[in-house]
Write a protein that binds this ligand. Structure first.
Ligand code: ADP
Ligand code: MG
Length: 253
């Protein structure tokens, strides 16, 4: 049996008066690749931030393997355009790392040539690779990526996913990612989790694609990004802490 790295049990997260996540159960084991899909506002980023410890659940429990190391690539990272900051210095924030460690991480992320560049001069794809390098600095057991290819063009995003596959091969780490590019990531995933405030369905990619819950959210095709913005409710939520679940975020999209 593969080792359990981190698990969520009956997790609910309220943000203000709003229920962002409810009754979430998840177990991530070593080496697996798991993709989370879901409409905008469905709690994907909230779930990742809960896993990395940035958000404390309102209810439920998180169990982490002792000394678990997580590498996290957030959805958004704003760098002040007026602030001079080289890639090398960025990698030493907030914790100083040696040149050797910084260089190795950049090479693993396919960004070995960027070490002396200014952060604000990087292209979208280069910036994401530097974020990936930063996530690799502590030799993580799990790499968590939140829409890491958002804003990249199709070849750029394919390159980035190929890099992730290489990193996983080299590190043997588990990968948990949020992606809108179903057609790209589904084939590479061991498991897909379909989220809409709670886990609607999960399983092997081909199982999830044919699940009624998934089809209700994304339509019957696997058209990836386009399908994700269409969202209809064909199932009811009768879970205990879902009383004020609000779908305004999806309706805005
Ligand atoms: P996703 O990543 O799936 O688009 P999020 O996890 O970012 O969704 O958000 C889930 C819900 O929580 C949304 O309805 C969003 O509006 C709300 N939310 C997230 N972060 C905040 C915040 N800082 N303040 C208020 N509401 C938030
Ligand atoms: Mg998000």
């Amino acid at each position: 049996m593969p080792e359990s790295l981190i698990s969520l049990k009956d997790v609910c997260v309220h943000i203000g008066a709003k229920v962002a996540l409810h009754d979430v159960n998840l177990n991530l084991v070593s080496g697996e690749i798991v993709t989370i899909v879901g409409p905008n506002g469905s709690g994907k980023s909230t779930m990742l931030r809960t896993l990395v410890g940035a958000i404390t659940p309102t209810a439920g429990t998180i169990t982490r393997r002792p000394n678990l190391r997580i590498g996290y690539v957030p959805q958004k990272l704003h760098i002040d355009p007026t602030l001079p900051l080289t890639v090398r210095r960025f990698l030493s924030l907030p914790r100083r790392v040696s040149n050797a460690v910084a260089t190795r991480a950049l090479e693993e992320a396919g960004a070995g040539d960027l070490i002396a560049r200014q952060m604000t001069d990087l292209s979208g794809g280069q910036f994401q690779r530097v974020l990936l390098a930063r996530a690799l600095l502590n030799d993580p057991h799990i790499l968590i990526l939140d829409e890491a290819t958002q804003g990249l063009d199709q070849p750029g995003s394919a390159d980035f996913y190929a890099q992730i596959a290489q990193v996983r091969e080299a590190h043997g780490c588990a990968v948990l990612m949020v992606s809108h590019e179903l057609h790209v990531v589904m084939a590479a995933s061991d498991r897909v989790i379909c989220l809409n405030g709670h886990i609607c369905c999960e399983g092997a990619p081909e199982t999830v694609v044919s699940a009624p819950e998934y089809r209700a959210l994304f339509g019957s095709g696997t058209h990836g990004a386009l399908a994700l913005y269409r969202h209809e409710h064909s199932h009811t939520h009768d879970d205990s802490c879902a009383h004020d679940h609000d779908h305004s975020a999806e309706e805005r999209t």
